[in-house]
Design a protein around this ligand. Sequence first.
Ligand SMILES: NC(=O)c1ccc[n+]([C@@H]2O[C@H](COP(=O)([O-])OP(=O)(O)OC[C@H]3O[C@@H](n4cnc5c(N)ncnc54)[C@H](OP(=O)(O)O)[C@@H]3O)[C@@H](O)[C@H]2O)c1
Length: 283
Amino acid sequence: MDSQRSALITGASSGFGLLTTITLAKRGWRVLATMRDLARREKLEAAARAAGVLDRIEFHALDVTDAGQIAAMAELVAGRTGPLDAVVNNAGFAMAGFADDITDAELRWQFDTNFFGTVAVTRAFLPQLRRQGTGHIVVLSSISGRMGFPGVSSYSASKFALEGWAETLRVEMKPLGIQVALVEPGAFATDIWTRNANISAGTMDPASPNAARIAKWRIRIESTKPKANPQVVADGIAAILDNPRPRLRYVFGPDAKMGVLLRSLLPWGILERFLIKASGLGK
Ligand SMILES: NC(=O)c1ccc[n+]([C@@H]2O[C@H](COP(=O)([O-])OP(=O)(O)OC[C@H]3O[C@@H](n4cnc5c(N)ncnc54)[C@H](OP(=O)(O)O)[C@@H]3O)[C@@H](O)[C@H]2O)c1
């Protein structure tokens, strides 16, 4: 086996996952690009061909909620002679909707992918990383994992859960030579709020007790569509993987940096008044 580093990425069919795959391949990595639906590989394939790195990318089916696929993937990697240098837990989606409209099933769906999916994938590769005594685990959290925003309580809860889990995992794994880092982007232009947008059925229902507030909230959200270039995050992830001692948290995007700053400086009472006003939820 050669000295080429290798990384496994979940949700590589679009957004940060796709761009991180290309970015790492351009830097010489071998990438196991995994996606829940291999029929959606064309965009990544075309980008890899255009960048001249198609031969450095393997395409594998992996739904992070499918225990059988996760086990098969871990077995495949364990059967190889070289190390796995990085696991990038990127797959995820956002369930939007007001907390009192969201059903248990919607909340569980959100957690099944964002939290339990990330945990299951990471745990499947931990034996491999422990045997090696080296490796990076990157967890895609969000600014929504540091503070709650109206309309995304389920998403925020799943990312807060990841933050706590990864913070502990980091301390447990560090003595074994395994690095854990959290990536906390603000709003970037990926498919998360377009093709992959999920709004709870209750919130879409005109009979929702929140109907009037939702109408205002949606106007605000739609007028502030994210425009930030997601390549920033892909480059950031590549830099984390190059760092033998990465920090615990990396915040990306001016909005996220501002959010973290305001949260650390302002009393919560002031911050929440600002959030209510900015989201159009005030009376
Ligand atoms: N963009 C932002 O503003 C932003 C901000 C903060 C954090 N994030 C986080 O960044 C990560 C990537 O999102 P993105 O912004 O790049 O959005 P995206 O373009 O919608 O990409 C999400 C990826 O996750 C995949 N995915 C969803 N459910 C999956 C499952 N069960 N198993 C495997 N793959 C699954 C999607 O697959 P399909 O192609 O099949 O749909 C897609 O490849 C997410 O964890 C998200 O929470 C994004």
